[in-house]
Design a protein around this ligand. Structure first.
Ligand SMILES: *Cc1c(COP(=O)(O)O)cnc(C)c1O
Length: 402
């Protein structure tokens, strides 16, 4: 959680600015706010990193995905190809919009593969919600070719991949709209916050309306603004945006530091038999937030996790058994347990979620162990961690040999 490690005077100053006027609302109040616009600052900082034409700061990353899908025209009955390995917010956003998730295979980039997407396409497929997992990037050239060939809409959940890129283009900026999260566990945090990006003006305006009860944000009399579409409240507060802006300014430093640490860990760990690493669509575009190791088998990964728990090695995720990141534990989605009736219960699920055949995904996620990189780690701490991981892997590999 790099952002949280660097919480200091810069963030405090931004918050003080907001408190000095008391205007915690991002719109209007021009006379009282002393020209302090933190949501706008946050958006400008996000644009600097992503080079997106338009950025909209919202209440959280989940709202950003939902708005990105909605503003891209995804709604009731539309089939959306999704990965079975993602934070569950991706799937929730699709479902809550009335759309129907279709699960497809990922590969060793930890993201949907072009062949996985292709195999999941039906005449009803409207969009692909691509998730750039664990700080990395998908194989965009191959994926974009499938998107174009089949005339699909691409929406990107780059919730974990702010500051990642592919061949110089930011993850999140390939499709019609993209989303980033700035929750407490991401490369930079606003406490709670999200950023929606797009290069399309119409999509941006629609998202802007959608995230604030339809408001068109024209003029200075909020109560008399037009409401071109029905929306909801996904606004960010000025206090959260203030923190988000300060943190986003630190992202280039965080990324550089993360990548140095990741490289050192990989160099040391690659000497240990059994350890390999997840792949990147573009090796130069990693955000460095996670070290993702791949074990030879799920069995060895499980034993490595057991050894690390015994040895007190913390700070890692074994997603295969995680309740929120992998489909094997999503019983509530498989059984369509909802608080109130959703479109999928009326229209029917597009796949038998209880009997999905996703062997490649099962294999990759079963073998994957991810370590959150802390940008403040010293060289000694990095060496000590790599040694501990290696020791655990050596022990976990043993039973295979006897
Ligand atoms: C964190 C995350 C989200 C959700 O973001 P919040 O800000 O917590 O709502 C969505 N998708 C992915 C891939 C994430 O990692």
């Amino acid at each position: 959680m790099p952002g949280t490690e660097l919480f200091g005077a810069e963030e405090r100053k931004e918050i003080e600015d907001v408190l000095s006027t008391g205007i915690m609302f991002r719109f209007n109040h021009d006379a009282q706010r002393n020209n302090i616009w933190k949501a706008k600052d946050f958006e400008e900082e996000a644009k600097k990193i992503t080079k997106a034409k338009y950025a909209l700061a919202v209440s959280n990353g989940s709202a950003a995905i939902m708005a990105a899908l909605a503003a891209s025209g995804i709604g009731t009955g539309d089939e959306v190809i999704c990965p079975p390995f993602t934070y569950i917010a991706t799937i929730e956003a699709v479902l809550l919009l009335g759309a129907l998730p279709v699960f497809a295979e990922i590969d060793e980039t930890l993201c949907l593969s072009a062949s996985g997407i292709k195999a999941a396409i039906t005449p009803k497929t409207k969009a692909v919600c691509l998730v750039h997992m664990c700080g990395g990037n998908a194989n965009m050239d191959e994926i974009m070719a499938v998107i174009k060939e089949h005339n699909l809409i691409l929406v990107e959940d780059a919730g974990q991949a702010f500051a990642a890129s592919y061949k110089g283009i930011a993850t999140g900026c390939f499709g019609k709209a993209g989303a980033y999260s700035f929750d407490f566990f991401k490369i930079a945090t606003a406490g709670e916050g999200g950023i929606l990006v797009t290069n399309d003006e119409t999509t941006f305006k629609l998202a802007d309306n959608y995230c604030d009860h339809g408001h068109d944000h024209v003029g200075s009399n909020r109560g008399m603004e037009n409401h071109p579409v029905i929306g909801f409240n996904f606004r960010i507060s000025e206090l959260h945006a203030a923190v988000g802006a300060a943190q986003t300014r630190k992202v280039p430093f965080i990324r550089e530091s993360n990548l140095k640490i990741k490289k050192a860990l990989q160099t040391q760990l690659s000497k240990t038999e059994g350890i390999s690493f997840s792949k990147l669509g573009d090796d130069n575009g990693d955000s460095g937030t996670f070290l993702n190791i791949l074990m030879p088998s799920t069995e060895i990964a499980r034993r490595t996790v057991d050894e690390m728990n015994k040895a007190g090695v913390g700070g890692f995720n074994y997603w295969f058994t995680n309740m929120y990141h992998f489909i094997n534990q999503w019983d509530h989605i498989k059984q369509l347990k909802t608080a109130s009736k959703l479109a999928i219960q009326v229209l029917g699920a597009p796949q038998d979620y209880n009997n999905l055949s996703i062997p490649k995904t099962q294999d990759v996620v079963g073998r994957l162990i991810s370590f959150g990189i802390r940008c403040t780690w010293t060289e000694d701490e990095v060496k000590a961690l790599a040694t501990k991981i290696s020791d655990c892997v050596v022990k976990a590999m043993q039973p295979e040999k006897v």
